[in-house]
Design a protein around this ligand. Structure first.
Ligand SMILES: Nc1ncnc2c1ncn2[C@@H]1O[C@H](COP(=O)(O)OP(=O)(O)OP(=O)(O)O)[C@@H](O)[C@H]1O
Length: 314
């Protein structure tokens, strides 16, 4: 039985005339492909804030040994078999329009669980938050709606660089179709059809080579430049992908080791006594730190970060 304790808040800033673009942070300059400006760009800016997100699961410990013991009457009691595990503990962060927030961490650190919580995909007691995907309903004729849908679909195809494979079958395990990278972009294009202000993506670059991953993140960057808020998990970003993240949240066994600007992460860790012995990809360094959670030094980093974050909140 999963239990969420969260404070997820989406704050929308708009005036009666539409989005208040003056309040949206100017997007940082990016090394971006020259993508056409779109119908898709006119969505309300959303700032996603989340505070103290926690997730615990209770599960039955079904190991063979205890079952055998149970048969012979020496087994653990039912209460011994129910175990509780904290998957996420007090995660706080924020993503603003025009920004990419990357959730980094080793396998099993809680990235997908956090994204599911932020997306409202996991229903559990205590989970609160607004769906960021609300669209304005307007009265339009069927013809107008169809024309608009076609326009949006064409925009998404063009924006995500899918024109080349526009008429190619997508394919599946049995039928060869578009490439893996193209397939990832098709799933993002599919999401774009509802013109979301907030995109939450779980490992969109998994299975892609470094160049394809970079191109996909460039695409995300160009969507962010149009005022969308992007939250994405990423397993092993290259250094040039890492430098495209505006902010990063590093998870280690469900705890937050760092949340802040991507460009300031290395300086922060250096200030608390941790720096690599030779120049390396910041993402690799952060993952090394997060992987050493059981190591006392990482516990110290966690404590330091918790203190710094608590001071910042006061
Ligand atoms: N409902 C659940 N019951 C038991 N364990 C769970 C549950 N949900 C998540 N977990 C555990 O919580 C941990 C975090 O899972 P999660 O999928 O969020 O990790 P992740 O960082 O996305 O991993 P990966 O990078 O491998 O996808 C894992 O060890 C997982 O087994």
């Amino acid at each position: 039985m999963p239990m969420f304790s969260t404070g997820v808040e989406t704050s929308k800033r708009y005036s009666l005339d539409g989005p208040d673009q003056s309040k949206v942070c100017p997007p940082p300059p990016r090394d971006s492909c020259d993508l056409p400006s779109l119908v898709l760009s006119s969505s309300y800016p959303i700032t996603l804030k989340f505070m103290d997100v926690g997730y615990r699961v209770k599960f039955e410990n079904k190991n063979r040994e205890s079952n055998i013991k149970k048969i012979f009457g020496h087994g653990p009691t039912i209460s011994d078999q129910i175990q509780e595990r904290t998957v996420l503990n007090g995660i706080t962060g924020m993503a603003s329009p025009g920004e990419i927030l990357a959730i980094l961490g080793p396998s099993g650190s809680g990235k997908s669980t956090l994204l599911n919580a932020l997306a409202g995909r996991t229903l559990a007691n205590g989970f609160t938050g607004n769906s960021p995907h609300k669209q304005q309903e307007t009265s339009k004729t069927n013809n107008e709606k169809n024309w608009e849908k076609t326009l949006v679909a064409e925009s998404a195809i063009s924006e995500l660089g899918l024109t080349k494979c526009e008429n190619t079958i997508i394919g599946n395990g049995f039928t060869r179709g578009i490439s893996g990278g193209e397939r990832k972009r098709v799933s993002i294009a599919h999401e774009m059809l509802i013109n979301p202000s907030l995109l939450i993506l779980d490992e969109p670059t998994s299975g892609l080579d470094a160049t394809a991953a970079y191109r996909l993140v460039l695409t995300l960057g160009s969507l962010a430049q149009k005022g969308k808020t992007i939250v994405t998990s990423m397993h092993q970003p290259s250094s040039r992908v890492y430098q495209m993240f505006d902010s990063v949240l590093v998870l280690s066994e469900g705890a937050c080791l760092y949340f802040g600007k991507g460009s300031e992460a290395m300086a922060y860790f250096e200030s608390v006594g941790y720096s690599p012995s030779f120049p390396m990809n910041p993402a690799d360094f952060l993952l090394d730190l997060a992987n050493g959670r059981r190591n006392c030094s990482v516990c110290a980093i966690l404590e330091t970060f918790t203190c710094v974050a608590a001071r910042a909140r006061r």
